[in-house]
Design a binder for this molecule. Structure first.
Ligand SMILES: O=C(O)CCC(=O)C(=O)O
Ligand SMILES: [Fe+2]
Length: 298
């Protein structure tokens, strides 16, 4: 069946599996035919791109007629983002950590992005429908070659809208999680380009000299730039690839949805990190701290 609706729906027959995959252009990405030949082709293509440089962009993932909805829903949410300007480093470790004088972790960067937390994003919003859709999750898991994916248990961090206002950037960093799924929902008028340094470090080598070169503006040869458009789905392995959103220009903020999954269930952030990112904590974060031994975000 070809998906026609904007939202996942059970259809007249009540067959949930036959319903529309929220907003997805199933002609290009047949998420409604898991395991089928065309589905496998899409998965194989994504795996090859990820193997090559840890990044894959599925162009036009959202149907063109829904790009307006995607953008407008983000615009309505953006005022609820928790906005602070923070001094950070690329490793998200304390700025007073005891590091050698030339360690790139001593380079202080200004983080000027703001997140809208999951509990503020309505269940009916396109990005929320997609985040919880099992066919979407299965497809993404296969692209990353993982047996399964789990939504975060964390009530705030699992799904976020990342807002970068004009004049600000989301500075160079490595992600804590091994894989990230994201989608631009509003393009800035200029700047705000996603820049990344494929596998600049590995599980066994930090490669501090090259990281330092990038952070000091002398590492142009390591940097790749992505031309992202709203509705493209980006799959990214950010643990080993230093990346940033370059400063945004013009008058419009850059908005992107961050779909966070884990290959293990039960993930929840520490109270400290949660407060940093969202300006508040919920009872779940405090309870998780008491019973540490859960899978924590950091
Ligand atoms: O918003 C983006 O495109 C990238 C965000 C990012 O790198 C992150 O949230 O870790
Ligand atoms: Fe990141």
């Amino acid at each position: 069946m070809v998906a026609v609706g904007g939202w996942a729906d059970a259809g007249e027959t009540g067959e949930v599996a036959a319903g529309a995959v929220p907003g997805v252009d199933v002609e290009r990405y047949p998420l409604d035919e898991p395991g089928g030949e065309r589905w496998m082709d899409a998965v194989r293509g994504a795996r090859a791109e990820l193997a090559a440089d840890g990044c894959c962009v599925l162009r036009g993932f959202i149907r063109p007629e829904l790009l307006g909805t995607l953008r407008i829903e983000g615009v309505a949410l953006a005022p609820q983002a928790y906005y602070t300007v923070q001094d950070v480093n690329a490793y998200n470790i304390p700025l007073d950590a005891d590091l050698p004088a030339d360690h790139p972790g001593r380079i202080v960067l200004r983080r000027g992005n703001a997140f809208v937390a999951r509990d503020l994003i309505p269940r009916e919003a396109l990005i929320h429908q997609l985040y919880t859709d099992t066919r979407f999750q299965r497809f993404v898991a296969e692209c990353f070659d993982l047996p399964e994916l789990h939504e975060y248990t964390d009530p705030l961090a699992g799904l976020c809208l990342n807002v970068v206002a004009p004049g600000n950037s989301h500075p160079w960093h490595f992600d804590t999680n091994e894989f990230t799924v994201s989608m631009l929902t509003q393009e800035p008028e200029s700047g705000g380009v996603f820049e990344y340094c494929p596998n600049i470090r590995s599980r066994t080598a930090e490669n501090l000299a090259d990281v330092r070169a990038v952070l000091t503006g002398e590492g142009e040869e390591f940097i790749r730039r992505l031309e992202l458009r709203p509705g493209d789905l980006q799959l990214f392995q950010g643990r080993f690839s230093l990346h940033r959103v370059a400063p945004v220009g013009g008058t419009l903020p850059r908005h992107s949805a961050i779909f966070a999954y884990s290959d293990t269930p039960g993930l929840i952030g520490t109270a400290e990190r949660t407060r940093q990112l969202f300006g508040r904590v919920l009872p779940d974060h405090l309870a998780a701290g008491e019973v540490r031994g859960d899978r924590l975000l950091d």
